[in-house]
Ligand binder design. Structure first.
Ligand code: HEM
Length: 505
């Protein structure tokens, strides 16, 4: 029995060592190294800035922390989130180094694995690294070519029409001949619209008609991520070992994972056998993924990879675009002159109920500027996180060389980049005309480099169609007395939703 006691003691010591390394030794070493190079910042052992950030979030002022730290330390500094030590950067030259020139030396951070990887796995574009990522990117990039996307316009048009017809019906369907006041949480409406569009464009019409499958997918990509994000912010999801305990949130996540896997695998099998078909005029995203599928490892996707990629499109593609739409409508309500100019453009290009085509869309130049400015002012992805996998040197705009040691986490602060007075006049003003000139390196809503958003043309096409169709038929008023607080999780969605009165034009 003695040997068993020894094994237990060794296991316990190893566990203590792992925890000490994770909580104390590693973050301390990273801060010490960055401080020694003259990088400003602060280090609070064990908890880091987690509680300060939490306090700002609870006070409904989540950006205040970000703004204060940038004011205090500038465009690069080191801090900790819980036990994770990181260099925070909003300097364009450092960002270019991490995302482009030295991209080989960076992987997605452990935090991304703990948040997105839990549902998506590791063999998809968002999460895969190195050769697997490069191979998937090469196989999947043609999927997002213009001719493929153009064949999806009619489905995007049809799904958006369904929602707008529903709004019109509610407004007009009244017994007393009085116009009914339609008040909606516009973020919820936009989330459901973008989820329908991306699900339709990935999986086809049968899935959209199957309420049960729609619910499984919708639950997985909304409620499950809410659980995962909550576990990250209260640190349960981050702490090794603790994050494996079968707590109720973990059990809910596991169940949702199992359900969505079964549902998506079934959809793929049905399509492979030819029992279902695309709802688009040409191939949908599943058809295009299947054409990059088979047994040849280098030129095809395996069954597992196919499942992960299909789900990744739905996860990466719906809430980001919904967040863009919500803040765009918010910015338009608050800037009536810009809204009138947008209405004038849309009225001159679109006829009532006439289907939108690629050529009508190309005439909506101001609509595109409005979306671009919203992507700057309220970027759906406020930050990106990376881990350094090999020592490398970054050069800041002020010429400072920063040696980044393997194991250092980097937070790319897109919010601060997009709101810096150095690069933008009146950065908190909504002004679409600022995009008359090009903004290279200082405007990165879709990131840049080999891991930039592969779905950006899809997102811009979809957003342009939705915005043009909505503005053609409706005006909005914000319901007074609400707080409009952005979340600072994966996307910058409005924390309390966005309640608006929908009025026919
Ligand atoms: C307004 C809408 C969108 C925004 C602002 C956005 C933003 C981003 C950003 C910032 C990244 C880089 C993430 C990182 O490096 O950690 C990214 C990656 C990605 N996005 Fe999007 N996205 C949008 C819509 C979409 C859509 C519609 C799809 C698919 C249909 C999509 C699919 C992806 C994928 C697969 C990646 C990973 C690419 C890679 O690493 O190779 N996104 N997106």
């Amino acid at each position: 029995m003695m040997w068993f006691c020894y094994v237990k003691i060794v296991a316990l010591l190893y566990l203590i060592y792992r925890l000490l390394k994770f909580w104390i030794f590693k973050p301390w070493r990273i801060h010490k190294d960055l401080s020694a190079q003259g990088i400003p910042g602060q280090y609070t052992p064990i908890i880091g800035e987690a509680f300060v950030i939490r306090r700002a979030i609870l006070a409904d002022d989540p950006m205040s922390y970000n703004i204060e730290m940038t004011k205090k330390f500038g465009s690069y500094y080191h801090v900790s989130f819980g036990p994770i030590a990181r260099l925070v950067i909003s300097d364009p030259s450092l960002i270019r180094g991490v995302l482009k020139t030295n991209a080989y030396a960076y992987h997605k951070s452990i935090l991304m694995e703990l948040i997105l990887g839990i549902l998506l796995g590791s063999k998809n574009l968002l999460m895969a690294e190195d050769n697997i990522h490069a191979q998937h990117r090469r196989l999947i990039a043609p999927t997002f070519q213009h001719q493929n996307l153009n064949s999806m316009i009619s489905l995007m048009f049809e799904i958006t029409s369904n929602l707008l017809n529903k709004w019109s019906m509610i407004i007009n369907n009244n017994k007393n001949n009085e116009v009914y006041q339609l008040i909606v949480d516009i973020h919820k409406e936009m989330t459901s619209l973008t989820l329908d569009i991306v699900t339709g464009c990935v999986f086809g019409s049968e899935v959209m008609k199957d309420q049960h499958v729609r619910e499984i997918i919708s639950r997985a990509v909304t409620k499950t991520f809410a659980d995962v994000e909550e576990r990250t912010f209260n640190l349960i999801g981050i702490i090794p070992i603790v994050n494996r305990l079968p707590l109720s949130s973990k059990r809910r996540i596991d169940k949702s994972k199992k359900d969505v896997r079964q549902a998506v695998e079934h959809i793929i099998e049905e399509r492979k056998k030819g029992f279902t078909k695309t709802a688009c005029k040409g191939p949908d995203l599943l058809d295009l993924l299947l054409s990059a599928h088979g047994n040849d490892k280098t030129s095809k996707l395996s069954d597992e990879e196919l499942f992960e990629e299909a789900l990744t499109f739905v996860v990466a593609g719906h809430e980001t675009t919904a967040t863009l739409m919500t803040w765009t409508l918010y910015n338009l309500v608050n800037n009536p002159d810009i809204c009138h100019r947008l209405e004038a453009e849309i009225d001159s290009v679109l006829n009532d109920n006439e289907e939108i085509t690629a050529s009508t869309l190309s005439l909506l130049a101001y609509t595109e500027l409005v979306l671009k400015e919203s992507l700057r002012l309220h970027q759906p992805a406020p930050s990106l996180v990376r881990t350094t996998i090999e020592d490398n040197t970054l050069i800041a705009s002020d010429g400072k060389h920063i040696h980044i040691k393997k194991g250092t986490d980097i937070l790319i602060n897109l919010f601060s980049l997009h709101h810096s007075e150095k690069y933008w006049d009146e950065p908190f003003k909504f002004d679409p005309s600022r995009f008359d000139e090009r903004h290279v390196d200082t405007y990165l809503p879709f990131s840049t480099g080999p891991r930039s958003c592969i779905g950006q043309n899809f997102a811009m096409l979809e957003a342009k169609i939705m915005l043009a169709m909505i503005i053609k038929r409706f005006r909005f008023e914000i319901i007074p007395g609400q707080k409009h607080v952005p979340e600072i999780t994966i996307t910058m969605r409005p924390k309390y939703g966005m309640w608006m009165k929908v009025l026919p034009r």
